[in-house]
Write a protein that binds this ligand. Structure first.
Ligand SMILES: Cc1cc2nc3c(=O)[nH]c(=O)nc-3n(C[C@H](O)[C@H](O)[C@H](O)COP(=O)(O)OP(=O)(O)OC[C@H]3O[C@@H](n4cnc5c(N)ncnc54)[C@H](O)[C@@H]3O)c2cc1C
Length: 469
């Protein structure tokens, strides 16, 4: 791929002095890959961590976070010929959709039998029913129904089997994956991202990239690059999966293993925060103390409930191994997507999506919700795409997360080919490409009802946060 002025390579011998929480500079000195901690000043309160890192490997695209959005971005970039590294801090792919036990594709249709979300979301919904359980409604088993129906197109799947399918999918696409490997910091040269620092069994390492895709779900890497972000509090939600002797009998009778599992909750507060206990805070999920408080509170609650049941009759079969926070932190993008964008066409739409709660409501996601113009080679997708209030909920759920991930991967490659910042790629070329990949870029006006009045949900206001911390 041609090199753009924006995508300068790191020199082959590049080393970084890394001053904790302060600055990252490029130096070209002798290399060694050992962290040295210097204690300075009076007492032990201040210290400087200095690292000298040699670039381990250079990629066209680095994707930080292997949730469904990150997997889609990685696959899409790799299929377009880019060299891609996918960094995942846990041991399985899928994020909330697997590790977090959120194993339901919300509706991908308009509630009248017309499918809206296609592309990789359609492929992965169908794939998830191949080897795990298939709960696709009969009306949708063979694709879009031939006559109108209010039965919606959903699929509850096996989270762990789907996770292994994602591993198969990304590796088959030629993506390099690193598990148990956290992306800790972007390496910034002004507003241009040169690479990512990682922490894993191998220690602290540096990977260089031309485009960075932040799909950490919490906008972790974007936040650390200084991009402005939006944050929001989270309700008290924690769902494990339980099996009981009775549910096993029920599954045997129905010859359906999926029926053996049911949700067993710690906090059980819905999307709207109904009945949120007054003494439980709205966690932002953005500090280690809050994450820990969330986990301890919920573990205690689940255990207390279990203590009251017969230990021979039930088992917690699966625990959410990442916090079930719906929306923590997202990009404050060139456009902040909101529910008020209902029925609006955008010239730079990358995908049509539908409301998962209400029929008819249709939306388009503009490319500007994934980018911030001043940052030429950083793009996002999924839970960290730019949205507010219920609009954020609309773009973060599994099908839109996949479809925005697919678009982000495309954009990353196109920016390299066109030698342009991610926010400035040729929209027509992008849309044509996405349409060839079975994405509905614009919803048809014939799907818009005559009565366009809609309920504004807006219980959860987002608040703007500066950027750096
Ligand atoms: C309680 C709850 C109920 C929900 N219900 C539904 C539902 O029924 N249906 C539906 O479609 N959606 C639902 N959702 C939403 C949906 O699950 C998520 O929004 C969607 O899966 C987000 O995907 P993502 O890839 O953007 O982010 P995530 O799933 O958050 O993935 C982020 C990934 O990045 C990794 N990561 C994070 N930081 C780093 C780092 N620094 N380095 C490396 N890796 C990192 C994480 O381990 C994770 O794998 C629900 C969410 C919640 C919390």
């Amino acid at each position: 791929m041609r090199r753009s002025p924006y995508f300068l390579f790191l020199p082959s011998k590049t080393f970084i002095y890394y001053f904790l929480n302060k600055r990252i500079d490029f130096l070209t000195k002798e290399s060694y890959n050992i962290a040295k901690v210097h204690f300075r000043g009076k007492g032990m309160n201040t210290y400087t961590l200095s690292l000298q890192l040699e670039t381990k490997k250079s990629y066209d695209v680095i994707v930080c976070g292997g949730g469904v959005a990150g997997c889609a971005a990685a696959v899409s970039a790799a299929k377009n010929g880019a060299s891609v590294l996918l960094l995942e801090k846990s041991n399985i792919l899928g994020g909330l959709a697997t590790l977090g036990l959120i194993n339901l594709f919300v509706p991908m249709c308009n509630g009248r039998g017309k499918q809206i979300i296609f592309g990789l979301a359609e492929k992965w919904l169908r794939d998830s029913a191949k080897y795990g359980y298939d709960t696709i409604p009969n009306e949708w088993k063979n694709g879009e129904p031939t006559s109108p129906t209010n039965v919606r197109y959903v699929q509850r799947y096996s989270p762990y089997i789907f996770a292994m399918q994602l591993t198969e999918e990304v590796t088959a696409a030629g993506v390099d994956v690193l598990f148990d490997c956290s992306a800790t910091r972007p390496v910034m040269d002004g507003k241009v991202c040169k690479g990512v620092i990682t922490e894993s069994k191998s220690g602290t390492e540096l990977y260089a990239c031309k485009v960075l895709i932040d799909t950490t779900g919490d906008a972790d890497i974007m936040r650390r690059s200084g991009i402005p972000v939006l944050t929001r509090g989270n309700f008290f939600t924690f769902a494990t999966k339980m099996i009981t002797l009775d549910s096993c009998k029920h599954a045997i009778e129905a010859n359906d293993i999926g029926k053996a599992f049911s949700y067993f909750h710690g906090g059980n507060i819905n999307l709207w925060g109904d009945n949120q206990p007054k003494d439980v805070p709205l966690w932002t999920g953005l500090t280690v103390e809050e994450v820990t408080d969330y986990i301890i509170t919920n573990h205690k609650l689940v255990l207390d409930k279990l203590k009251k049941t017969d230990r021979n009759t039930r088992e917690i079969a699966m625990m959410p191994l990442m916090p079930q926070f719906r929306a923590t932190c997202c990009l404050q993008g060139d456009y902040v997507f909101s529910e008020k964008d209902v029925y609006k066409h955008f010239d730079d739409s990358i995908a049509a999506i539908n409301d998962f709660e209400h029929r008819d409501y249709l939306y388009e996601v503009p490319l500007r919700a994934l980018t911030r113009r001043e940052y030429p080679n950083i793009i996002t997708a999924g839970r960290s795409a730019s949205g507010e209030g219920y609009g954020w909920d609309l773009i973060r759920v599994i099908p839109p997360a996949i479809i925005t991930g697919q678009a982000a991967g495309e954009v990353a490659c196109q920016s390299l080919k066109e030698n342009k910042p991610v926010a400035s790629v040729c929209i027509k070329t992008l849309q044509n490409k996405l349409e060839k990949e079975n994405v509905m870029v614009h919803f048809p006006d014939s799907y818009v009802p005559e009565d366009k009045t809609f309920i504004i949900h807006g219980k959860n206001a987002s608040k703007i946060v500066g950027g750096h911390f």
